[in-house]
Structure formats: structure tokens, C-alpha cells
Design a protein around this ligand. Sequence first.
Ligand SMILES: Nc1ncnc2c1ncn2[C@@H]1O[C@H](COP(=O)(O)OP(=O)(O)OP(=O)(O)O)[C@@H](O)[C@H]1O
Ligand SMILES: [Mg+2]
Length: 306
Amino acid sequence: MGVGELSCEKLSKDYGGKGSRLALDSVTLSVPSRGIFALIGMNGAGKTTLVRILGTQLEPTSGTASIDGLDVMKDAGRLRELVAMIPQEGRTVPWMTPMQTVSSYLLWRGVGRAEGKRRAAEALGKAGAAPFQDVLNRKLSGGQRRKVLVAAVLAADARVTFLDEPTTGLDPISRRELWASLHEMAADRFLILTTHYLEEAEKLADVIGILDKGRLVGIGSLDYLRGLVKYQYSVRVQPGSSVPDVGDGMVTTGRDGQTQVLTGEAQAYELSKKLLDAGTKFSVNRISLDDVFFHLVQSEFEGDPS
Ligand SMILES: Nc1ncnc2c1ncn2[C@@H]1O[C@H](COP(=O)(O)OP(=O)(O)OP(=O)(O)O)[C@@H](O)[C@H]1O
Ligand SMILES: [Mg+2]
């Protein structure tokens, strides 16, 4: 529970309700409180629950958690001063403009008016919301409103920033622009984000945590997580082509007819040679976070028939 880290010790959350499983089930972790920590997992895995507990918005049922030595329960007041959050279901006030939204948020956080305006303008630019900063929120599209919330949290420039699905609803270009801003911000801050875009976690995060039905099934760098999976290489073979036997590997065929073979380095090498000789189109890559995710989450499914 030291300075310079985020740590959770047997953190659990039970929302109650008959027969319901724990939303968070004894999560224990410790990661450096700098850079970007991404949480991934299926709907209902417990990402928002964990983020809300760490952001002092929700009390755990049992266990402890702290950021930089500040306990989320005992030191909640002091922790709140360090934290800014954009909730998954965050809404903008319809009758305000983006500029007013961000400025008033900063005012509420104790930033002076002039400084607030300057920071609001800068953050609206970074979030890609500058072109519509003086239009009423109610006239904006869903993705544009999301950008306003992102701008508010960027403007807060907090030591610790929680972003629960910051890029959901953003178009592909805006998403990439936001990645650049988050990356820049993470240089001297700590960002905790959740996402369903695994490419986002792969590109941005220093540490990735995988939640499955309230349990943490993997945590570490992408390379570390790859190491949890038996096969390190993915060979994709064009639909309709025959796939030579690989010996040790896992072969799956998608609905598009494309076959994926997960296998070891030596086998991937042998397989590539055979496919080349046969003139078959194929690609070979190290496994992606997608592959790791499906492997870890699926094996949990197999062990748990519920
Ligand atoms: N306020 C609540 N009351 C009761 N149960 C809840 C509440 N919020 C969440 N849950 C339950 O807790 C579990 C975890 O939910 P949580 O919102 O943390 O998931 P998530 O990983 O953020 O999912 P998503 O990707 O859909 O946002 C789910 O089973 C959900 O039904
Ligand atoms: Mg959520």
C-alpha cells in the first residue's frame, strides 16, 4: 500500500440481490500509479464497479484499496482532491454549451475563472470539441457530447484520472486523436481507463488488467499477458485453403471461412514454409490482446459451466 502505486487487497463488491454473484470477487493487484492502466472485460465483468470504488464513489463490501498510500475509504476526502472521473453514463447538461460545461466543472473544482477558461479552451481542442464549443449540448450528437465530458476531465488535469469507456461512440479518427491526447497526458499523470476496444488497450496501456465475472484473470504488460497463453503465434490462412497439420496448436475457423492457427514459434515457422510452398495466402503474427483475451476468458468459461 505504498506511495507510487495503486493497490487492491481482496477487494469485493456485492450489490446484493438474490442469487447474484459478486460484482467484484476478491481482486488483489498492485500496479505503479503512473502511465496508463487499462481494464478490459466483457459486459458485467466488474470494470465500472472497480473504477467507481477506486474513485471513491462506491464503497466496497470487503477488502481494501489505495492509491499512493491513500485508502479509498479512510482517506476518501484527500483522495478525491487528486482524482477526476468521467463516468460510463456521464451526461452533459442540455442547456449549457461545451465551453460552459467545462468551465463550470473547473470552477467547481476550485480553478479560478480566467485560468478555467484558458484550460477549458485547451482541453476542448484536445478532445476535438473546439468546433462546436459554443453550441448547446442538446444540439450535439452522442459522440460530440462524449467529447465534451472527455474535455472536462482532461481540463481538470488531475493527478489520477479515471475514464470509463472514454472512446465509446467516437468515430475512428476522433478515437485516434484522443489516444494521442491521453498518451501525452499520461507522461506525468496516472490514467485508469476501461475499454471494449482491445486495440486501444494494446496501443495505450502500460498495464492491462483483465476482469471476468468479477475476478481478475490476468494483469501485466501485453508481453506478460501473452506469456499466460500457451501459443505465442497466430497464423491466419485464407478461406478455402487446406491447412497442413501443425502438430501442437489450436485451429479455429471463423464464420468468414478464415482459419486461425495458434501455435508456438517453431511450429509457426514450419507451417509458414509449408504454406509458402503450397502457394497459399496467409499471415503470421505474434498473438494480439484479442487472442489473449479470448484465451483467458474462454478458459474461465470452460471451467465454469454456469
Ligand atoms: N447498481 C447496481 N446494482 C446491482 N447490480 C449492479 C449494479 N451495478 C452493476 N451491477 C452488477 O455488477 C456486475 C458488474 O457490473 P459493472 O457495471 O461493474 O460491469 P462492467 O464491466 O463495467 O460492464 P460494461 O462493460 O457493460 O460496462 C454486473 O453483474 C452488474 O449486473
Ligand atoms: Mg462499465
